[in-house]
Structure formats: structure tokens, C-alpha cells
Design a protein around this ligand. Structure first.
Ligand code: SF4
Length: 127
């Protein structure tokens, strides 16, 4: 038997500048925004995945209202509720952060792991 477990996921979002020091909850994004071929601005190029609709967090950044054709400035997009909510998962709700962010910006060994065996005192307690 195997089971998937997420253990205390910690993120160090490369797209945010010192998010943990920001007590005002205003997110300062870095200068490395990405521009998808579909016409959307994204926090980084890793978010430009082939099927964004399959990722609960990233699909919000592909909302039609955030398309470049529907906005006058980049600021209109990155100051949207969708972007704010996306960033808030990176700092306050990491268990619900995008799997893309967990893959590229997690810290240490705390990732979703597949547990195949647990051995305690030479006894297998999960097979
Ligand atoms: S993968 Fe996620 S957390 Fe990392 S830089 Fe990109 S948007 Fe930010």
C-alpha cells in the first residue's frame, strides 16, 4: 500500500520580495513576470503550464478578464483580486498553493511524498 502525504510545506516564493517581512499584506512582486503565448501575464514562466485549467490556483490567473486584450495596463492585472489571492496562498495557505509553486519554490525536504513503507524500531507499520 502507498499513500500520499504532504508534510509541513514551506515555500520561498521567488516571485515575491521578502513576503514574510511584509506585515501589511501588500505583495511586492519581482520584475521577472512572464508573458504566456495565450496572452496572459504570469508571476513567473513556471506558471505557463500546458493545461492551466487543471491547476486550481494557476487557472485563476488565466481568467479571461485578466487577458492582455481586456486590460489597459500590466498593473491592472497584477493588482487584481485573482493575483492577490494567488499570492496569499504562497504566504498564508501553502497547503493550497499551486503544485507548480510547491515544485519550484519549496524549501527543504517538505514536499508531497509518496509513502511506501514506514519502519519504526525495525517494525513495518505501513505496507
Ligand atoms: S513557481 Fe510560484 S512561488 Fe515560485 S516564482 Fe513562480 S509563481 Fe512564484
Amino acid at each position: 500500500m502507498e499513500t500520499k502525504r504532504t508534510i509541513n510545506m514551506k515555500l520561498n516564493p521567488k516571485c515575491l520580495i521578502d513576503p514574510k517581512q511584509d506585515k501589511q499584506k501588500t505583495y511586492i512582486t519581482s520584475q521577472n513576470l512572464a508573458h504566456s503565448a495565450k496572452g496572459f501575464i504570469l508571476p513567473c514562466c513556471w506558471c505557463d503550464i500546458p493545461e492551466p485549467e487543471k491547476d486550481e490556483q494557476i487557472k485563476k490567473l488565466f481568467n479571461k478578464k485578466l487577458h492582455l486584450d481586456n486590460n489597459d495596463t500590466i498593473e491592472d492585472i497584477i493588482l487584481s483580486d485573482e493575483w492577490f489571492n494567488f499570492f496569499s496562498t504562497l504566504t498564508d495557505d501553502t497547503s493550497n498553493a499551486s503544485s507548480v509553486c510547491k515544485k519550484y519554490c519549496s524549501v527543504g525536504d517538505n514536499k508531497t511524498v509518496v509513502v511506501k513503507k514506514v519502519i519504526v524500531d525495525n517494525k513495518e507499520i505501513l505496507k
